[in-house]
Design a protein around this ligand. Structure first.
Ligand code: PLP
Length: 400
């Protein structure tokens, strides 16, 4: 019987969620979800929205930017970027970095935009020169925007936004710089104003430690002006119509009060810990997973998908497995018997690897538990392995 209550059966202790989204939700955030609805005119609603806007602006490190929310997941926020910034039939350059960049490109095509792609080279981060070359090859300036996925959650690769932005600016091409920070916000340094990003695209259920359901974009003045000038027909996603002091306008209808209450608390937790400390914690935890993968790789069959060590994500690690490995069986064993849930590989990588999320409400003990359980599942499947757990433990003790 797979009724809801059966699926929801209590797990002794807790099941670790090592997915790169959705991620575990802190207790304080769960509690914030439980409030009774308020009258839409209650000033507390506006206050909650304002706190979420301010907290996100701080996290995105933008003084100038405007934040616009949608009741959506990341795909909704992607659609907002496409519909607001790219005119009907217009062109967008999508920098190839894996399954997520390709999905965004396909979505833009489905919405009638023309897509120029830079090649996705497996295992490598975005090549800033390839982006610059594609802009260079567009002397008519018909490319309205460049879409860059900061951390490609399928590849476990974080591209260098500063280098990409610099390469773009060096061409003199006026295309808008749009960054998907769905998987990187709260895990990697991101400074929207310094990077010169015109639009940042995010969602609530990854580094922000909330349930899925709130998508958002933050815009520079240039991006907002482009949206104002864009004749693309749109309604729900139209940020121009959303620019208002009225919560009813900001959300194109009823605001998701409980989700916003949760987001406010989550942003407060990040602020309390301190952004530098949050980023340092993610680096530390990623280091533990990287140490474990290095240990496992000594068995001769497992490895990193990301070939450039400096570009390995602080949010998620993609581990390659030998052909014939039953990744689904591995995940089921780990989830159902060892109580650790991790992700499979996506798109063209499906069946060739798995992904360990180390994003959001995580700490060293949780990570070591997860690494140990995953190593047990790998051993139970008969994969030859070096000592991953030991390496991770030694890395933690060495305080590197
Ligand atoms: C998860 C993710 C998305 C899509 O978000 P959904 O909420 O699943 O629609 C987009 N981009 C990146 C980088 C992601 O990690």
């Amino acid at each position: 019987m797979s009724d809801f209550f059966h699926l929801d059966a209590r797990v002794p202790g807790r099941r670790l969620l090592q997915s790169p989204g959705p991620t575990p939700i802190p207790e304080a955030v769960l509690h914030a979800l439980m409030g009774q609805p308020m009258d839409m005119g209650d000033p507390r609603v506006d206050e909650t929205i304002a706190a979420c806007e301010a907290g996100l602006k701080q996290l995105l490190q933008t003084a100038q930017g405007n934040v616009f929310f949608f009741i959506s997941n990341g795909h909704g926020a992607w659609e907002a970027a496409i519909e607001n910034l790219v005119p009907p039939g217009g062109k967008v350059l999508v920098a190839g970095t894996g399954h997520f960049s390709e999905s965004w490109a396909v979505q833009a095509e489905a919405l009638g935009r023309r897509v120029v792609r830079t090649p996705w080279i497996e295992g490598l981060a975005i090549d800033p020169q390839a982006v610059a070359q594609a802009l260079h090859d567009d002397p008519q300036h018909s490319i309205a925007a460049v879409f860059v996925v900061h951390t490609d959650t399928s590849s476990g690769i974080t591209s260098d936004l500063a280098a990409i932005g610099a390469a773009m600016r060096a061409t003199g091409h006026p295309a808008l710089f749009v960054a998907d920070v769905v998987a990187s916000l709260g895990a990697e340094p991101f400074d929207m104003d310094t990077l010169g990003v015109d639009m940042a695209v995010g969602a609530s259920q990854k580094g922000l430690m909330c349930p899925p359901g709130v998508g958002f974009v933050a815009t520079s003045a240039r991006a907002f002006a482009a949206a104002q000038a864009n004749p693309a027909p749109r309604y729900y996603w139209d940020i121009v119509a959303r620019k208002s002091e009225l919560s009813y306008r900001k959300f194109c209808g009823t605001s998701p009060q409980n989700l916003l209450a949760a987001l406010r608390v989550a942003l407060g937790l990040l602020q309390q810990e301190g952004l530098p400390q949050v980023l340092a914690r993610h680096r530390l935890l990623a280091g533990l997973v990287h140490a474990a993968v290095q240990g496992w790789a000594e068995g001769g069959t497992l490895g990193f998908f990301a070939q450039q060590p400096a570009r390995r994500s602080n949010a998620v690690t993609t581990v390659t497995v030998p052909p014939g490995t039953d990744v689904d069986a591995l995940r089921t064993l780990a989830r159902e018997h060892y109580q650790v849930a991790f992700a499979g590989a996506l798109g063209p990588l499906q069946g060739r690897g798995f992904r360990i999320g180390h994003l959001g409400d995580q700490n060293p003990a949780l990570m070591l538990g997860a690494i140990g359980a995953i190593e047990a599942a790998l051993r139970a499947q008969g994969l030859p392995l070096g000592d991953g757990v030991g390496r991770a433990v030694r890395r933690l003790a060495a305080g590197e």
